[in-house]
Design a protein around this ligand. Structure first.
Ligand code: OSB
Ligand code: MG
Length: 378
């Protein structure tokens, strides 16, 4: 496909409620969207970097810098046989997976539309619907958390994930487990613990957790291998896994027994698809993580979750859990049994609400003219 134009924009969206993790609290999201036009067809992608470098090393601003100065100019006007050829084009740009993914996934959306296929199909997915869980931010006290868990279970969600940090962990999980002995329950520490906390983390064995996500250093697979040998809860790696090679190392070291695949964190659909296959071949279940995405990023997560390796409910939930009004039509809805129907329309399968995107845009850049426009002060 011939890349005719690329538009990078920053939109501002306010979450319905603040979301607290061990690395901070966010409510005002600064999201980058990428639109590419290839062979006359428009494709959309979302950069899933956070506003601060608290989750990984990328941020909204670092991704803008990388796309604006390196990825955009490289891609503009290029002839690309297929969206899956994009990773090779940007291989010499180190890291910056989320920035690259925003662009690559826009290409995949366009590719699917050009092929007349839903993106899930083009990627090799066949599930008619996907299983959904929720990720619950850290609360003031166990009572407040319990009320939220109850609410989400009543909506049908199939798995509850609790964010934890030192001082807000064991008693919170205990309260939830005692109230709901049967549910699929997991915890996510976002790298808040240290190897010397192994004994403390082993105390979570009594909760029969589906998994303990990323308890230790964001960049240390070996430390997790040593911890896994000391605890019963299966470790799931999130932050540590940037590509398939990392997952292979983690599996070989028994540093994790489950992998969270975030399409942005691993650089885009091409790598995410390979990663789920490699894990599946080794009997390691994967699930799709979330980064508080707008409907565009969410649509990409749904398409990826339709692949066969995604054996566990993901953090892919309804638009209305995050936003008063999303930027896609229809909005993402979750059924009473906790599933999302994989769309059958071409590409990401949802309509982008251009008027709304336009209204939320604070700056944009068009690479055919090299012009950057600030629409609003921010
Ligand atoms: O670790 O999975 C995570 C949100 C922001 C940064 C990191 C994480 C999360 C979530 C929320 O858990 C998932 C979602 O509902 O989008
Ligand atoms: Mg996580």
């Amino acid at each position: 496909m011939k890349i005719e134009s690329i538009t990078l924009r920053e939109i501002h969206m306010r979450l319905k409620a603040p979301f607290e993790t061990s690395f901070g609290t966010v409510q005002n999201r600064r999201i980058l969207l990428v639109e590419v036009v290839a062979d006359g067809v428009s494709g959309w992608g979302e950069v899933t970097a956070g506003e601060t470098p608290g989750y990984n090393a990328e941020t909204t601003d670092s991704a803008w810098h990388v796309i604006s100065n390196f990825v955009g100019p490289l891609l503009q006007g290029k002839m690309l046989p297929h969206a899956s050829d994009f990773p090779e084009l940007v291989e010499h740009i180190r890291g910056q997976e989320m920035a690259k993914s925003g662009v690559e996934n826009a290409l995949w959306d366009a590719q699917a539309k050009l092929a007349g296929l839903p993106l899930s199909r083009l990627l090799g997915g066949a599930k008619p619907e996907i299983d959904c869980g929720v990720s619950l931010g850290i609360r003031e006290n166990p009572q407040a958390l319990l009320a939220k868990v109850e609410e989400e279970l009543s909506r049908g969600y199939q798995r509850i994930k609790l964010k934890i940090k030192p001082g807000k962990d064991h008693n919170f999980v205990k309260a939830v487990r005692e109230a709901f002995p049967q549910i699929l329950l997991s915890v996510d520490a976002n790298s808040a613990y240290r190897p010397e906390d192994a004994e403390h983390l082993a105390r979570f064995d009594e909760f029969d957790l589906l998994m303990m996500e990323q308890p230790l250093y964001w960049d240390d697979i070996y430390a997790h291998a040593k911890l896994q040998a000391r605890i019963k809860s299966p470790i799931c790696l999130d932050e540590c896994i940037h590509n398939t090679r990392h997952a292979l190392a983690a599996i070989e070291l028994d540093a994790c027994r489950i992998v969270n695949i975030k399409v942005g964190r691993v650089g885009g659909h091409t790598e995410a698809r390979l990663l789920q296959r490699v894990c599946r071949d080794r009997g390691v279940p994967v699930w799709c993580g979330g980064m508080l995405e707008s409907g565009i990023g969410r649509a990409h997560n749904i398409a990826m979750s339709a692949l066969p390796g995604f054996a566990l409910p993901g953090d892919v939930s309804a638009s209305s859990r995050y936003w008063d009004e999303d930027i896609i039509e229809p909005e993402v809805e979750v059924s009473r049994k906790g599933t999302i129907v994989v769309p059958t329309a071409h590409g990401i399968g949802y309509q982008v609400r251009r008027d709304r995107v336009e209204a939320l845009t604070v700056r944009s850049q068009d690479f055919s003219t090299k012009a950057q426009v600030s629409v609003r002060a921010f």
